[in-house]
Every structure is written in structure tokens, then in C-alpha cells.
Design a protein around this ligand. Structure first.
Ligand SMILES: [Zn+2]
Length: 320
């Protein structure tokens, strides 16, 4: 909230009745109290060390309820063994989760949450790990796929193996090379999305990525490309190729690659917020995009629950 609006709000608070003040107090208490972090992450059901369901309360530390296990006697809290364990400034995590949804850069999020840049940088990379594991395992019906490219970036690496490139530069060669990384994106018409970073893009590599995701009777749609046709022919899949460069867009009313192209545009647009993503983190960012794209109405609290996700606790967010 902008400073002047906040000042105005504070002034307005003076006009609240006693009952209204109590209601406002409740809201603020909920927002500030870290009791509610457990509301967000889910109440403890078992010991994260040994899975025993027998444990008891064991004081409060760093604003988090601690527990002690009756079986292994170790202590734990709601964040033990999650990517959020031992991170500080919990009080602004909800604000930070909002920044993530809005696609703010680590720097902008740091200034919004009033913490150091190094803090939001650390959060980003801890929290990023989780959505990497949330990927569609099976795609149904008509499945579109395509390759998209990301410029190789050694951002954050102080020993560059090549001359630094001007930000937003272009690769000199097309296709997979030292200059760019290819990602195969696969998406069905229900919005289930999977992706895979490709080392090469021949029919064998495509088969390794695609076959575990689809059934034999899946109807594939792609751009016209020799390796795609070769894959379909060799492994016996029905593939409709759309000649996009010849301005073909849709055939028989159902065969097109518009979903995958639209997803790719959203992905590229969203990636721009981060001013170049280091290649080593590309997979994490892809996971994050899949999650945010799928859960368009996700709230900051739900996202925080995903970040603090332990085991299956974030699965309800996924549709099948
Ligand atoms: Zn235990």
C-alpha cells in the first residue's frame, strides 16, 4: 500500500466505533499473528522426522509452535523439513507470496516487504524448488506440443565461459546450441501442462519425454517439424502438423497449436519480469509458471501453503 494511502487509512480508523475497532483488531491480529502460519501450512498431523502421530506441544520458538515427538523425542514445528525451515521474517511471507503471484522481481519484492535484497533472493530460490515437482503426469485427449528457447544465461556466475551478452540479446544460431536451451512444452486441452529441458531434439529424445505422458491413442498436434513427424511415424502416434509458417492456423475445426503458442507467449512475458533467468534455475521457473498458470486465482495464503508443502498437502490444488 502506498504511504499516503496508508496515512489516510490510519486517519480513517479514528472514526471506527468500538465494535468496528474490535473487528479490525481481529483482522489485524490474524494478519500479524504467526499462530496463523500453521493455519496456512496445515496443522501438524505427524512428526516430520519419524511420522509418529504421537507428539505434544513443546513451547514456542521464533513465533512458531514447537512440538516434541513421543517416539523419536525430536522437536519440530510446522516448517521442519520444508523449504521454509529456518527462514526469517515470517511476518512478511504473505506479502512476499503476493509479490510472487504478481511476478515482482526479487528487488521489487524486497522493497515491498522491507527486507534486504539478499533475503528475497534466498526466499525465491528456496521456494522455487517446490513447484518443480508439480507437473502433469498424464495428458489426455488432444495434446499440443512445441519447443521454445531460452537464451543461455550464466547470471550470478562470476566465471563466465563466454563473453557477456547484452541483456535481451539474440542467439546467432537457431535451435539448440551453447547459446540457448530448448524446452519442450506439452499441454492438453484441459490445461494440464508438462515440460522438459531438451539436450537434443531428435525423435528418440522426444519419445523419452512424450511417451510416459501420453496414451497410445492420444491425438498429437504440433508445428510442422521433421523430428516431430519422424517421432510419430517411428512410435506409431497420430500427429496432425499445422504449417504455421504458411499461415495455417486450424484444420477441421480442432487441430491447432494455439493453446501451446498462447502458453509460450505467457511464459515468455512472465519471464521478462525476472530480467533473464540463470539456466541452472530454468527448471524451477518453469515449474513456477505451470503452477501460477494453472491456479490463476491462487491466493497468497494458498501459494504459501504450496511453498511450505509437505508431501501431499499441496495436491488438492491440482486438477486431474
Ligand atoms: Zn518422531
Amino acid at each position: 500500500m502506498k504511504v499516503n494511502l496508508f496515512q489516510k487509512l490510519l486517519k480513517e480508523l479514528e472514526n471506527l466505533t468500538y465494535t468496528q475497532s474490535k473487528q479490525a483488531e481481529d483482522v489485524l491480529h490474524k494478519k500479524c499473528s504467526l499462530e496463523n502460519l500453521e493455519d496456512v501450512t496445515g496443522h501438524m498431523e505427524s512428526c516430520p522426522h519419524c511420522q509418529s502421530k504421537s507428539f505434544y506441544k513443546w513451547g514456542v520458538r521464533a513465533n512458531l509452535q514447537r512440538y516434541r515427538c513421543n517416539s523419536c523425542h525430536k522437536t519440530f514445528n510446522a516448517l521442519t523439513n520444508t523449504p521454509l525451515a529456518r527462514l526469517r521474517h515470517k511476518e512478511v511471507w504473505i506479502d512476499y507470496a503476493k509479490d510472487v503471484i504478481e511476478g515482482k522481481s526479487t528487488r521489487d519484492a524486497a522493497s515491498h516487504c522491507e527486507v534486504a535484497n539478499s533475503t528475497t533472493f534466498r526466499w525465491r530460490h528456496r521456494m522455487l524448488k517446490i513447484p518443480t515437482e508439480i507437473k502433469a503426469e498424464h495428458l489426455h485427449g488432444i495434446v499440443e506440443f512445441d519447443e521454445t528457447y531460452f537464451l543461455e544465461s550464466q547470471k550470478g556466475n562470476h566465471h563466465l565461459e563466454r563473453k557477456p551478452r547484452v541483456r535481451g540479446g539474440k542467439a546467432t544460431q537457431r535451435g539448440i546450441s551453447k547459446e540457448q536451451t530448448a524446452v519442450l512444452i506439452i499441454r492438453d486441452r484441459n490445461g494440464n501442462t508438462a515440460d522438459s529441458i531438451l539436450e537434443t531434439s531428435n525423435k528418440e529424445t522426444l519419445s523419452e519425454v512424450l511417451i510416459p505422458l501420453i496414451d497410445k491413442d492420444t491425438l498429437l498436434c504440433s508445428d510442422k517439424k521433421t523430428s516431430y513427424t519422424a517421432f510419430a511415424k517411428k512410435f506409431g502416434y497420430k500427429l496432425e502438423t499445422i504449417n504455421v509458417s504458411a499461415k495455417e492456423h486450424i484444420r477441421d475445426g480442432i487441430y491447432h497449436v494455439q493453446n501451446i503458442n498462447a502458453y509460450d507467449s505467457r511464459l515468455k512475458e512472465w519471464m521478462k519480469h525476472f530480467h533473464g533467468v540463470a539456466t541452472k534455475y530454468l527448471e524451477s521457473y518453469l515449474g513456477w509458471m505451470r503452477l501460477l498458470d494453472r491456479e490463476k486465482d491462487i491466493t497468497a495464503r494458498q501459494l504459501l501453503a504450496v511453498f511450505a508443502g509437505r508431501g501431499l498437502s499441496y495436491q488438492p490444488l491440482m486438477r486431474t
